[in-house]
Write a protein that binds this ligand. Structure first.
Ligand code: DX5
Ligand code: ZN
Length: 208
């Protein structure tokens, strides 16, 4: 299992990112919130872009914004492996996915807890990754929604049926207890479970 670390609920972002860089974590998960798509706002790009000074890890960008096309060119300029935005946005989804690919970055869609996996169907051929949210978007430290386990299984079946080799990532409330409900995923995103511990590496290892 790959692990992507979110620092959304970090109280000391720079020192936590430096500490994460010393672990074998696969990605740094960047939660980008515009204050409209979900009730929280992240640092502006002018500050976020300095992340390259503190980490050599590839970035896994999760856009929780109403208008992904405004943010894609910005986050494509960093050391970015994936850019994921939400299926629930009111924008031309195919166009935004193509925009991400234009920068030679892997593209994905995220779905909120109430969104059914079948809604991904029209976009499957364009997707390198699908992020299943196991909490409502907005904040770190929420509890993992148990129905996610079944949703991950349904999504895996859908990908097998259509022969799509997109990765599945699961985001929100992942810890050593809820990890067993994520076996159908390829990547787990974890924030507070890693950041609130002393030994980041031990936490990361327990999620693999
Ligand atoms: C929620 C974010 C998640 C969150 C993960 O809106 O997308 O990435 O920060 O943090 P934990 O692991 O604390 O739920
Ligand atoms: Zn996230």
């Amino acid at each position: 299992m790959k692990v992507s670390a979110s620092f959304l609920s970090s109280k000391n972002v720079v020192s936590d990112i430096v500490k994460l860089n010393e672990t074998d974590v696969d990605y740094i998960h960047l939660d980008i919130l515009d204050g409209k798509f979900a009730p929280n706002r992240s640092l502006p790009f002018s500050e976020m872009k300095h992340i390259y000074k503190y980490t050599s890890k590839r970035l896994d960008v999760h856009l929780m914004v109403e208008s992904p096309k405004k943010y894609i060119p910005l986050y494509a300029s960093l050391n970015t492996e994936y850019i994921v935005f939400h299926l629930e946005v009111d924008e031309d989804i195919e166009e935004d996915l193509k925009l991400i690919k234009k920068y030679s970055i892997k593209a994905g869609l995220a779905i909120k807890p109430d969104t059914k996996v079948n809604e991904l169907l029209p976009y499957l051929p364009y997707l390198d990754i699908i992020l299943v949210m196991s909490v409502e978007p907005g904040f770190g430290g929420q509890e993992f929604l148990e129905e996610t386990e079944e949703k991950l299984a349904e999504l895996r079946k859908l990908l097998d049926t259509y022969n799509i080799d997109a990765l599945i990532s699961v985001d929100g409330g992942v810890n050593d207890k809820t990890r067993s409900m994520c076996s159908k995923a390829d990547i787990v995103v974890a924030g507070s479970y890693i950041i609130n511990g002393e030994d980041f590496q031990e936490k990361i290892t327990s999620l693999r």
